[in-house]
Design a protein around this ligand. Structure first.
Ligand code: CUA
Length: 358
């Protein structure tokens, strides 16, 4: 390596860089390996779970293509970098300048044109995927989604039905109309690959089509306050007949409770529908939230919490004006609008239910 350490090339005229025979072999090798790796990684995208919606499948195809292209480019760049280090690296102690190299016009045209073509291609592909997943395909089921600190509520206008979880029939397009009752939230179902903000001042829309029967987590993906991390619900994709049965049984249960009056069961249902379960512990309702005080035994405690005030009045105030009697060590984060959101009958049923929790 004596010729390298002694080389002093500052006075030589600039030269065009070029590949010798060994360099050409390495270049072809890097090219073949990078394209093969790009195809393998693109076709077997190792980063994604299986998509459970038709929109997700279209998005995954785009993402896998981009991942394949990125893998190819990554290996080309790293391959030539490695080759350059091994082949042209200076010996230990060598601190002189390398030979001056002028640009290579052919190479520069190539590395400008190829990325430009790739970017335009991906832009067209992305546009087509976006247009496809946003296109109404007829006979869509409309569901109004309301986000609030810290729960989701799903309303089916077609059936005048409210649910804390989102049930949808298999293979049918669903139009979600999202809005927020307070701050900005965002609706995300990882297996569906879709994400959309729920805003307080407008309705945002999104279409989803479940293609795999199953239960999937709905996640709030916009930091919305202390309970952001627990703001979750479930998306249940069911065969059409099962979905219809769910609608029928939920409507029947609602009718039965509202009219025949099983106030405790009704109250327990309201406790979940209005999202109380997201922040409070109440074993009877299967609730395990930790942001608010536990409500186990609230019926007994409420009798003595405020001297001279009945348990019923105390619980009513604690729901309608929650900041009035803030339990020590808890933040004033409970929504202030339950008085407006619940009907008087619903409020009474919920109070009756909580009073029964001795
Ligand atoms: Cu709602 Cu984060």
């Amino acid at each position: 390596m004596a010729h390298k350490t002694s080389s002093h090339t500052g006075d030589l005229p600039p030269t065009e860089p070029s590949f010798d025979a060994a360099g050409k072999v390495v270049a072809v090798l890097i090219g073949v390996v990078s394209v093969a790796a790009g195809i393998v990684v693109g076709l077997n995208n190792p980063f994604l779970s299986r998509a459970a919606s038709s929109e997700g499948a279209a998005i995954d195809a785009l993402f896998s293509l981009m991942l394949g292209i990125a893998t190819t480019i990554f290996i080309i760049v790293q391959g030539f970098l490695l080759y350059a280090i091994v082949r042209f690296g200076g010996a230990t102690g060598e601190e002189g300048d390398g030979p001056p190299i002028r640009g290579n016009a052919r190479l520069e045209v190539l590395w400008t044109a190829i990325p430009a073509i790739i970017v335009v291609f991906i832009a067209i592909f992305s546009y087509r995927v976006l247009a496809d997943i946003e296109r109404p395909k007829g006979d869509e089921l409309v569901v109004e989604v309301t986000a609030r600190q810290y729960a989701w509520e799903f309303y089916y206008p077609e059936h005048d039905l409210k649910s804390p979880d989102l049930h949808i029939p298999l293979d049918r397009q669903v139009l979600l109309k999202l809005r927020s009752a307070d701050v900005i939230h965002a609706f995300w179902v990882p297996e569906f690959r879709i994400k959309k903000d729920a805003m307080p001042d407008r309705v945002t829309e999104m279409r989803i089509t479940g293609t795999q029967v199953g239960v999937y987590p709905i996640v709030c993906t916009e930091l919305c306050g202390a309970g952001h991390a627990i703001m979750r619900a479930q998306l249940i994709v069911q065969p059409a007949a099962e979905y219809e049965a769910w609608v029928a049984s939920t409507l029947a249960a609602k009718g039965r409770m509202a009219t025949a009056g099983d106030p405790l069961a009704y109250g327990r249902q309201l406790f979940v529908i209005y999202g109380c379960n997201a922040c409070h512990v109440l074993t009877d309702a299967g609730a395990a939230g930790v942001l608010g005080p536990s409500l186990n035994g609230i019926g007994s405690r409420a009798e003595t919490t405020v001297a001279g005030q009945s348990a019923e009045v105390y619980i009513r105030k604690a729901i309608v004006q929650p900041n009035e009697y803030l339990v020590p060590n808890y933040q004033p984060i409970m929504p202030q609008d339950y008085g407006q959101r619940m009907s008087e009958a619903e409020l009474n049923a919920l109070i009756t239910y909580l009073l029964s929790q001795k």
